[in-house]
Design a protein around this ligand. Sequence first.
Ligand code: ATP
Ligand code: MG
Length: 567
Amino acid sequence: MNAERNGTQVRPPADFIRRRIAADVAAGRNAGRVVTRFPPEPNGYLHIGHAKSICLNFGIAREFNGVCHLRMDDTNPITEEQEYIAAIKRDVKWLGYDWGQRFHHASDYFEQMYNYAETLIQRGLAYVCELSPEEWKEYRGVPERPGRESPYRNRPPQENLRLFRRMRAGEFPDGAMVLRAKIDMASPNLHLRDPVLYRIIHSPHPHTGDRWCIYPTYDFAHPIEDSIEGITHSLCTLEFEVHRPLYDWILDQLQIHHPAQIEFARLNLSYTIMSKRRLQELVEGGYVKGWDDPRMPTIAGLRRRGYTPEAIRAFAERVGITKVESMSDIALLEHCIRDDLNRRAPRRLAVLEPLRLVIDNYPEDAVEEFSAVNNPEDHSAGTRPVPFSRELFIERNDFRLDPPKKFHRLAPGREVRLRYACIVRCTDVVRDPKSGDVTEIHCTFDPASRGGSAPDGRRIRGTIHWVSARHAVPIEVRLYDRLFTRPDPLDVEDGKTFLDYLNPDSLRTITAYAEPSLRNTVPPTVYQFERLGYFCADPDSSPERPVFNRTATLRDSWARLEKQAAR
Ligand code: ATP
Ligand code: MG
């Protein structure tokens, strides 16, 4: 399709939107220019669904040598906040995109929108209507039958103009009247049955102050915003498909630059929710600690959890762009972060549930250092020393009194390799006399196995991780699980709400023990704790108490559980 640019091969357009844009460019439409936009309403933090739209709009601009605008769709005066605007900018930048000088507010165009509304009135294409909201709904009717015309529909343009100006001047209370387009009350598309263009809202606006008491509807404002900014392709989610005839009608009647609206399926993700309104409920209800709680599907939450922009962009590419509503599996997102971190995350040793291991034939006060590989996927990352001494912590579940078949880790009488260090044999076990729980295990080590392998070549099947008890740094570890217990939390049973499906175990906080190099970690560094998963330093960390969020387990433990259950 579109071949080479700057000598580099451009990948063939992958989805129907890119194919369409490539065709437009090839046909010389818009003089071959591509201008897209990402237009969030600043009424909450961006979520992973928005990331899909950001990657699409900014990605297309990049691929087609175009530009992408970042526009605050702030036509609703009531819900917007500066905090959200700052968060939106931070998140788009962090994802790796740049809007340059093209940061806009829809509210900057209020005067122009108002003038366009007057134009429609003067041409007899809009009228001031005094039906109450209930009457308006009833007159509009249902798709199968034509609606009824408002008794105000045939007011002369001059009278409409006078009334509209008085609406602007603040002479009427909220809801007293609206401005409606005069289109077709018999259209099977309800959005064309004289839709509302302006309503009275006596409320100051965060950006325009108290300059306005009438505000345009989304349907009227959006095509005009796109047109003013010279957008060529206005990409939006499928629910706007039925609004497209109205988008086109407004621009056709005003005879101004006419972007093409193209719809694609929104991202839905299992075990979470994608609606800002509901996410806000979680924040305000105290169900999570904030918009950036690492359990949230927000970009800020994913960042704090340890997700990388690369992983999120890879995810957006993997889910692709289609016209069919579907639910993406959160396991795919988790796969993308594992894939990325496997390549980059430095390895460290940490023990989440410690069991004390004493090496009886190791001198009391001796300390030695073993050299541990920082990243087997990246040899340039080098090695680091880890201290070793007589008393260690190992993972409690790496020891079994009665090992089942195929358990190759530590058990009475058995040998195991301590990663990077040596081979030990379990000789004795100390148990709590009351509970019978193992509280300590005793081992001997084979001095000839320093470095990890047996000199006589005997086979050691298990390798476990450890930390030196006296050198270990206690760290707080926050273990996260899915936020909801069912794939679609909005698919609720009678009398329930999505809040009833919150996972009560979505956060478990423990004290773990880490090798000393983790003492001074700065967020957002992500490590792989060997054999355990990926863990990211949290901003709550202090030098006295490092805090880590579990970004992801090493493997998809849910898939494993589901497999086991199916057996
Ligand atoms: P929400 O329901 O979460 O509030 P919204 O669509 O109202 O979402 P906006 O701030 O208006 O949120 O959205 C900005 C842009 O992001 C729009 O172009 C919208 O189509 C897109 N978008 C929102 N949610 C998704 C999603 N789940 N998948 C893909 N794109 C999305
Ligand atoms: Mg919205």
